[in-house]
Design a protein around this ligand. Structure first.
Ligand SMILES: [Zn+2]
Ligand SMILES: [Zn+2]
Ligand SMILES: [Zn+2]
Length: 163
């Protein structure tokens, strides 16, 4: 039986990298990005090159921070829905608190309730996107004021929103 030369040309069947038989089957396999490896957390096999992404985005058993604002709990990805379900009221309070901090008293139009009903709390993150509208429409409602008073009101509102 003839043994094949370990230094013969060889290329990785997974990624196509060329080298010697020895180097490809020896060291390269351990680092080949296309070699499938087991995720240490969920035991699923993934290509090595995608493992980091798998862990940070997809792995069910990877710990992730709860996406809800102000809730800093770490939860396994597979448990996040359960966590969200069990903590809806706490989460809502946390979000409402945050929204209240972000918007000002003059901006009472922000309605967190309808938002929560439509989208899961995760998507309310950064809830200050809609605090632009009311300043102008409100000044029209205050028809009883003189121009100077209106101006003062506008200015004080602006100060508040900039805080
Ligand atoms: Zn390879
Ligand atoms: Zn995994
Ligand atoms: Zn949470």
């Amino acid at each position: 039986m003839r043994r094949k030369c370990p230094k013969r040309d060889y290329c990785c069947k997974k990624c196509g990298k060329e080298g010697t038989y020895e180097s490809i089957t020896g060291s390269h396999v351990k680092e080949c990005g296309s070699e499938r490896v087991k995720c240490g957390l969920c035991n699923k096999c993934r290509e090595r090159g995608t493992m980091e992404e798998h862990k940070s985005k997809y792995c069910e058993y990877a710990q992730m921070e709860c996406p809800v604002l102000n809730c800093e709990k770490k939860v396994m990805r597979k448990d996040i829905n359960q966590h969200l379900k069990r903590n809806t009221s706490a989460h809502r309070k946390a979000i409402e608190k945050k929204v209240r901090e972000a918007s000002t008293a003059s901006n009472a139009k922000v309605s967190t309730k309808t938002d929560n009903a439509r989208a899961p709390p995760a998507f309310v993150v950064g809830g200050h996107s809609r605090q632009t509208s009311s300043a102008t429409s409100k000044s029209q409602e205050m028809s009883g004021y003189s121009d100077n008073q209106l101006q003062e009101i506008e200015l004080s509102k602006r100060d508040e929103t900039q805080l």
